[in-house]
Design a binder for this molecule. Structure first.
Ligand code: TXA
Ligand code: MG
Length: 331
C-alpha cells in the first residue's frame, strides 16, 4: 500500500495551507498539521475533541531538525536518537522559545520523533522541501480523544473521516501501539509512556534501566490518563484461571461476550465471540487495537480479556489494556 506521487503532493499542499492530513506511522496513524502553524494545530484539537493542554508530538524527517525545535539537548538524548530513530521513540526535550505553545500544551518542553515508516518519512521529507528543511508535522494519534488509536486507514476514516481532508493509506501499522516516550528534559531520563522500545532496550544506551513514571494525574501525557484507548463496550480483565468459570456464568445469564485470549483457546459450546491474539507481546501489540475495535462493532455486551503475564516484556500492552478497561463503556 503506497500513496502515489499525486497523493504526497496533495498532502504537502494541504499541510502548507494549514489543513489536516492523516498519515501512517509504524506505531499508529497520526493526524498531522504543520507544527509551526498554530491555527493549523488548533484544528487537530478541534477534530479530536482533545483538551488544549495536552501536548502534541512533532514528527521530523531526521535528526538534523532537532536543534531547530529543542535546546539544551543532552548527550544521552542524541545517543537515544542515534540508536532508535527512525523508530517508535519520542523524546521530551526543552523547547526552543519560538515553538508555539499550542503544540506544547503551554509547557517548556517539546516531544520529538522521527518515525520509522516509509510513508511518514516520505511525507516529512517532501514537507521539509516545501516548507523549510527543519519543518515538522505535529500529530497525535488519529482517533477521537480517549478512544482506541487507529492502526489502519479504515479506522481513521471511521473515527474522523468527516473532519479531515486527506488520509494517506500505508497499510496496517507494524508496531500497533503508541511510541515509547522518554523524558530527557529534567536530569535522569524516565519513561513517561511504555511502548515497543522497552526499558531493557533503553538500558543498553543509558547504562541503567530507566524508571517508568506514568499516571501522574496531570495531563502532561494524555496517554497517562487512567481512562484512555478505550472501547465503548464495557471491558474486564479476567485471570486465565478464572476465565472459563466467568464465561460460563455469563452464558447462563444469556450474555454474549467478546473474549480476547492469548493462552486459553476457544471453548466448544460457548456462545461467545472468541479472538485469539499472539501469545508474545510484540504480536499482541500489533493486533490489540484492531481486535478491540472489532469487538466494539460486534455488539457484544462485554469484552472479557484474558489477563496478561506479569513479565516486564508485557508492560506496554498491559498499560494500554488497564487504561482501556478504565475508559470502557462510555457511549
Ligand atoms: O506513536 C505515537 O507516539 C503516535 C504517532 C502518531 O506518532 N502519536 C501519539 O500521539 O500517540 P498522542 O498525542 O496520542 O500521544 C502523544 C503523547 C501524549 O500523551 C502527550 O501528552 C505526550 O505525548 N507529549 C507530547 N509532548 C509532550 C511534552 N512536551 N511533555 C510531556 N508529554 C508530551
Ligand atoms: Mg492518542
Amino acid at each position: 500500500m503506497t500513496p502515489s506521487d499525486a497523493d504526497y503532493a496533495r498532502a504537502v499542499e494541504l499541510l502548507r495551507a494549514g489543513e489536516l492530513v492523516a498519515f501512517p506511522t509504524e506505531t499508529v496513524y497520526g493526524l498531522g498539521a504543520d507544527a509551526a502553524n498554530p491555527a493549523a494545530v488548533a484544528k487537530i484539537f478541534a477534530a479530536k475533541g482533545r483538551p488544549a493542554d495536552h501536548p502534541l508530538i512533532v514528527h521530523l524527517a531526521g535528526h538534523d531538525a532537532v536543534d531547530h525545535w529543542a535546546e539544551q539537548v543532552p548527550d544521552v538524548a542524541w545517543e537515544l536518537m542515534e540508536t532508535f530513530w527512525p523508530g517508535p521513540l519520542t523524546l521530551i526535550l526543552k523547547k526552543q522559545a519560538w515553538v508555539p505553545s499550542t503544540v506544547t500544551g503551554g509547557q517548556d518542553t517539546v516531544g520529538l520523533r522521527v518515525p520509522g515508516h516509509p510513508v511518514a518519512l516520505e511525507l516529512l521529507r517532501r514537507f521539509a522541501i516545501a516548507a523549510g528543511e527543519h519543518a515538522g508535522i505535529a500529530a497525535p494519534s488519529a482517533n477521537r480523544f480517549g478512544r482506541i488509536s487507529p492502526t489502519k486507514a479504515a479506522h481513521v476514516r471511521e473515527e474522523l473521516g468527516d473532519r479531515i481532508s486527506l488520509i494517506l493509506d500505508g497499510g496496517p501499522c507494524t508496531v500497533g501501539i503508541e511510541s515509547t516516550i522518554v523524558d530527557c528534559s529534567r536530569g535522569e531520563p524516565v519513561v513517561l509512556r511504555p511502548g515497543h522500545i522497552a526499558p531493557t532496550h533503553l538500558e543498553a544506551v543509558l547504562g541503567r534501566c530507566p524508571a517508568i513514571v506514568t499516571a501522574s494525574g496531570a495531563p502532561r501525557v494524555s496517554g497517562s490518563l487512567a481512562a484512555h484507548y478505550a472501547p465503548q463496550t464495557p471491558m474486564r480483565l479476567i485471570a486465565a484461571s478464572r476465565l472459563l468459570d466467568f464465561l460460563n456464568a455469563q452464558r447462563h445469564k444469556g450474555d454474549c461476550c467478546g473474549v480476547i485470549g492469548h493462552s486459553q483457546p476457544p471453548q466448544a459450546g460457548m456462545p461467545h465471540l472468541w479472538r485469539m491474539l499472539p501469545a508474545d507481546p510484540v504480536g499482541y501489540a500489533h493486533d490489540l487495537y484492531a481486535a478491540l475495535r472489532d469487538m466494539d462493532h460486534a455488539g457484544v455486551s462485554l469484552i472479557a480479556v484474558e489477563a496478561l503475564p506479569e513479565a516486564p516484556a508485557w508492560a506496554a500492552v498491559a498499560d494500554r489494556l488497564r487504561r482501556a478497561v478504565a475508559g470502557s463503556g462510555q457511549p
